[in-house]
Design a binder for this molecule. Structure first.
Ligand code: GDP
Ligand code: IMO
Ligand code: MG
Length: 441
């Protein structure tokens, strides 16, 4: 059974939640491998809207086992809130949710450090979500992080909190002039959380290995996206984990030899939340119009998303870095009323045309987008069931994007609902999930 990674190809919010939810009935396990509650993955089911932050988007399907892998950083208070809200809405977690004992904890000082560091950076801030994700990964790499398994050992937890506070409190007070913490202030709630979460904490790498041996099909749910990857994204304006497909292996303990394919999710245009370079960014009224039509406001922070045209340079880069086999294209409907649609095909840098994404900060900052213009279709696309139902100019747009990215599209999304999805002709998805045909057609 092929195990597939679903990865964002741009700067996040491509609609990964919707894609994962659609595929879930055709597989057995969904595992998150990176990021934390900085993610916001939206699944719309009829009139109900769910925004998943730490729990995999497969959780809405009762038969699916959902795993939070070791590459994820977990804010236990936020996770428990998410769990309670799902249970209240009738979702079953017991027997369906598994949390890696090696996943690192976001501690109360991490969001404070995150926000204080942003404030100190001023104009050079990253524009983080303020959830403490970056500082938690800093501690993980610094080998002073606290892991889920530590929650279950009070003596060890106390020791680690004491060691951390001895340093963190000085940083908080002396560098950032921010609040400091007492050991008890942290241990009291965290020991309560431990009681809650204990039944879910386990060796998920071992479980995944056994499940794959038994023929279960696993889907790796990427959070954030390629351009936010700490190594491959627009550094330093990135998140602090390996969000690209390679992270699926290290972030779960499933070896690369047991991962069989990569599905990239791309919007029909581009958005970005937070600071940093964005060559195909739209300005003024046009950006406002797309933001309004696409409801482009952050699922986690509510911040308005910056909007831009589809950037084929970014997409080709994402295809190369992740080894993407096929792309699910989302939010085509948002362009329904555009008379003209631009596609960025290259960048001009110091007079030269670049078609490979420049990884260094300086060239990227001054790269000028080179556009190709296509005429818009000016017709609603929502509700189309087949590619042949789409207006010819929309099909031409899709064909051109496929040519420019160099990989075939597998599905086209024309609205947030499950059934606002087109399965492409000869969709590569059918090789991986043969039963998808029956649910999407
Ligand atoms: P994720 O982080 O990649 O899961 O994406 P988000 O959930 O943050 O943002 C995607 C938003 O677009 C959500 O509000 C989805 O409900 C919505 N959405 C997904 N696909 C489509 C689509 O094809 N058309 C429209 N109009 N909205 C969509
Ligand atoms: P999903 O999974 C969009 C962005 C933040 C900021 C940068 C660093 O929903 O696509 P962080 O809090 O991670 O240290 O912030 O990364 N960012 C996202 N942008 N979608 C996300 O997740 C994001 N997660 C982080 O806005 O620019
Ligand atoms: Mg999101």
């Amino acid at each position: 059974m092929p195990n597939i990674v679903v990865v964002g190809t741009q700067w996040g919010d491509e609609g990964k939640g919707k894609v994962v939810d659609i595929l879930t009935p055709h597989l057995n396990v969904v595992v998150r491998y990176a990021g934390g509650n900085n993610a916001g993955h939206t699944v719309v089911v009829g009139k109900e809207k769910y925004v998943l932050h730490t729990i995999p988007s497969g959780i809405l399907h009762a038969g699916c086992r959902c795993v939070i892998g070791c590459g994820v950083v977990i804010d236990p208070g936020s996770l428990i809130e998410e769990m309670e809200s799902l249970v209240q809405r009738g979702v079953t977690l017991d027997g369906n949710l598994f949390i890696s004992k090696n996943a690192h904890l976001i501690m109360p000082y991490h969001p404070v450090l995150d926000r204080a560091s942003e404030a100190k950076l001023g104009a050079r801030r990253i524009g983080t979500t303020g959830k403490g994700v970056g500082p938690a990964y800093i501690d993980k790499a610094g080998r002073r992080g606290i892991r889920m398994s530590d929650l279950l050992d009070e003596r060890l937890l106390r020791q680690k909190v004491e060691d951390n506070l001895a340093v963190k409190n000085r940083i908080l007070r002396e560098i950032y002039d921010a609040q400091s913490f007492t050991v008890e202030e942290i241990l009291n709630p965290y020991l309560r959380y431990a009681g809650w979460l204990a039944p879910y904490i386990t060796d998920t790498a071992l479980l995944l290995s056994k499940w794959i041996d038994a023929g279960y099909q696993v889907l790796f749910e990427g959070a954030q996206a390629t351009m936010l990857d700490v190594d491959h994204g627009t550094y330093p304006y990135v998140t602090s984990s390996n969000t690209t497909a390679g992270g699926a292996s290290t972030g779960t303990g499933v070896p690369p030899t047991r991962i069989n394919g990569v599905l990239g999710v791309a919007k029909a245009y581009t958005t970005r939340v937070g600071e940093g370079p964005f060559p195909s960014e739209m300005q003024g009224k046009l950006a406002e119009t797309i933001r309004a039509r696409g409801n482009e406001y952050g699922s986690t922070t509510g911040r308005p998303r910056r909007c831009g045209w589809f950037d084929a340079v970014v997409l080709r880069y994402a295809v190369r870095i992740n080894g993407i086999d096929t792309i699910a294209l989302t939010k085509l409907d948002v362009l329904d009323q555009c008379e003209t649609i631009k596609v960025c095909t290259g960048y001009r840098y110091r007079g030269d045309l670049i078609t490979d994404f420049p990884e260094d900060e300086t060239s990227l900052a001054t790269a000028e987008p080179v556009y190709e213009e296509l005429s818009g279709w000016m017709t609603p696309t929502t509700g189309a069931k087949l590619e042949s139902d789409l207006p010819p100019k929309a099909r031409r747009y899709l064909e051109r994007l496929e040519e420019l990215t160099g990989v075939p599209f597998c599905m086209i999304s024309t609205g947030p609902q499950r059934d606002e999805t087109i399965l492409c002709e000869d969709s590569p998805l059918l090789r991986w999930f043969p039963s998808v045909r029956s649910s999407l057609l």
